[in-house]
Design a protein around this ligand. Structure first.
Ligand code: PLP
Length: 390
């Protein structure tokens, strides 16, 4: 069965051009870029080129890019660094809807005596900037707010947030987890308030296991990994050269495809959304009133189980994901939908479709044809759902 893949916020297909770019760096050009000989030197050149390509997507300087193993490492490195840079500051600000890469770390820091403010969101997943304004104080070491939410696609007003941090934070650093935004939203670091930014290769058609941290020139930094002198002493460990080269190529392609992402991909997402709302009663968009990524649709179907929808979609070859985290047999609605106050009956029936430039109109047509009968069938076996079908 050929897959129809609408789970691109989980991970993306490696672009074949990206794969071709990295392929020689396994069996042929396998040198260590730190070696003195020509064989390592040619890999070093290619790593430098990749750094330039990543930097260009952000409008940054190549020296501001530090390669890491993933988005999670970049997030951890950014927050840990700020706490080491400002040992006297004990306050961290984040949001209730962050990815666990940020949220789990912050909650662990509470156990170590740090004060953590988790900003609330409204029913559409939006922040109240006044809450941020009152939270930032002289004790704040870092404010870490995601650029775009992986579940709902809701985009936060990052520059307004950064301006508040700069105005009230007395030198507090501003970090954004931009793992879902990079490649979808144009970024320009020279005019930005962001000090540190995390990105991840496998969300933009590079392989898993490569990420980067943008570190603004002049921003003090303490490495998470110590050892060798790689990455100008900012991240020890022999470089994942093939991954770095792949990420460089993926960023170059993301730059070229940015318009496509915001027109064709957005057009497909909008059509899917409109048709599903028209064909399925008691459906609502999570974060539908907020500014959202062009590729993400989180849609709630009242009185059905998200997992049941996913299994039936999967039988048709359609891959999506749900808003629930299925842990140890209990189906808890996601922390993001809970923070938004999405009613229990909707949060459980929430499905995320996340598109990429590899999706087609035909695939959208398939979902539009397959999903309404699935929801009808599931509601038919639910006592509450049957009421809706009357
Ligand atoms: N941050 C966000 C918003 C994400 O969506 C993800 C991955 O799902 C991560 C961080 C973690 O990235 P990685 O899988 O590269 O560690």
């Amino acid at each position: 069965m050929r897959e129809i893949y609408f789970d691109n916020n989980a991970t993306t297909k490696v672009d074949e051009a990206v794969f071709e770019e990295m392929r020689p760096y396994f069996c042929e050009l396998y040198g260590n870029p730190s070696s003195m000989h020509f064989f390592g030197g040619q890999v070093q050149k290619k790593v430098d080129e990749a750094r330039g390509r990543v930097a260009r997507l952000l409008g940054a300087e190549p020296s501001e890019i530090v390669f890491t193993a993933c988005g999670t490492e970049s997030d951890n490195a950014a927050i840990r660094s700020a706490l080491e840079v400002f040992p006297e500051r004990r306050h961290i600000i984040t949001t209730r809807v962050e990815h666990p890469a940020v949220l789990t770390q912050c909650r662990n820091l509470v156990k170590k005596g740090y004060r953590v403010t988790e900003l609330n969101v409204d029913g559409e997943g939006r922040l109240d900037l006044n809450e941020l304004r009152s939270a930032v104080d002289e004790d704040t070491a870092i404010v870490s707010v995601m650029y775009a939410n992986n579940e709902t696609g809701v985009v936060f007003p990052i520059e307004e947030i950064g301006a508040i941090v700069k105005e009230k934070g007395k030198g507090a650093l501003f970090h954004t987890d931009a793992v879902q935004a990079v490649g979808k939203i144009p970024l320009d670091m020279p005019t930005s308030t962001i000090d540190l930014l995390s990105l991840s290769g496998h969300k933009l058609h590079a392989p898993k296991g490569i990420g980067a941290l943008y570190l603004r020139k002049g921003v003090p930094f303490r490495p998470l990994l110590v050892g060798g002198h790689q990455e100008k002493n900012r991240r020890a460990g022999t470089e994942n050269t093939a991954g770095i080269i792949a990420l460089g190529k993926a960023c170059e392609l993301a730059h070229q495809h940015m318009d496509d992402e915001n027109t064709r991909v957005k057009g497909m997402r909008d059509r899917l959304e409109k048709e599903l709302l028209a064909l399925i009663p008691a459906a609502r968009i999570n974060g539908g009133e907020a500014v959202r990524l062009p590729n993400t649709l989180s849609i709630a179907f009242e009185y059905v189980e998200g997992e049941a929808i996913l299994l039936l979609l999967s039988e048709k070859g359609i891959c999506a994901s749900s808003g629930s985290a299925c842990t140890s047999g209990s189906l808890e609605p996601s922390h993001v939908l809970r923070a938004m106050g999405v009613p229990f009956t909707c949060a459980h029936g929430s499905i995320r479709f996340s598109l990429s430039r590899f999706n087609t109109d035909h695939e959208i047509d398939t979902v539009i044809a397959e999903l309404p009968p699935i929801i009808r069938r599931l509601r038919d076996i639910s006592p509450f759902g049957r009421e809706l079908l009357k």
